[in-house]
Design a protein around this ligand. Sequence first.
Ligand code: BGN
Length: 279
Amino acid sequence: EQITDNLVSFRIEQVGKLCPYNEDNDTEFQLLLSNVNNEDKVWASNLNISEGGEWHPFKCSARYSVAVVIPYRNRANHLKIFMYYIHHFLQKQNIHYKIFVIEQDEKRDFNRGLLFNIGFSEVIKEKRFPCFIFHDVDLLPVNLKNIYACSKYPRHMAVAIEKYGYKVPYDRYFGGVTSILTDQFLLVNGFSNKFYGWGGEDDDFFNRIRNSGLQVVRFGTRISKYNSLFHEEGKPSPDRYNKLYRGHETYHIDGLNSLEYSIKKKINANTHVRIVVEI
Ligand code: BGN
């Protein structure tokens, strides 16, 4: 696989030498998690992360710039492990990145797609990132060659997940972690806002991408490998089938252009921006 051919690079302002491609870095990333409970203020400042969870390489100019958006509720321990792990991982890739955690209040069932839409809208208000990665908090990338950047087409990144036996659960699976260019996300009108509870929103996202005339791509399973943090699965939502089947009729009017939410808090934490929303 010649991965770099397919990636879209974004040099915003180039100062000095471009960072090298990590083509030879086809290794399983090893990180001791013994320091995960240290104060994040301390390890984040050792890693030179700016307030709000942003970082760029200092010795070279990043080829890629990406916003990572994480939907979240009530998983403090996972979030702690994820942050510690992902900052170390991404810095090895020499990319420019910033991490946004979108936290849903307790009123309704969890709505992963809606939280991604909110994250996207809040991020582009702040800065026009060219590329987005939509990321579950319980997934840890294993291979450094799994570059956190956008391909020409939306990419399904979490292909081989530990909890599914490191195999893709079904061919059209598009869950876990995906990357997409900002303009493509606008084109497909984001995710559906209607999938409350577990299941279907990722399949609907796949459908809107295909219905908009875009391909989806994957890297191989060895590269697209993820370990997973354990939790009980959510209760599948009974009306997810109906919503999924109607998706092709409604995706133009259900998504980024029909978003409704209010922000309760927006905090620059040491390792990410934390946005608490009411929906
Ligand atoms: C599928 C779910 C996905 C989920 C995967 C993997 C649905 C829609 C009805 C067919 N899809 O079955 O949302 O990511 O399992 O667990 O439930």
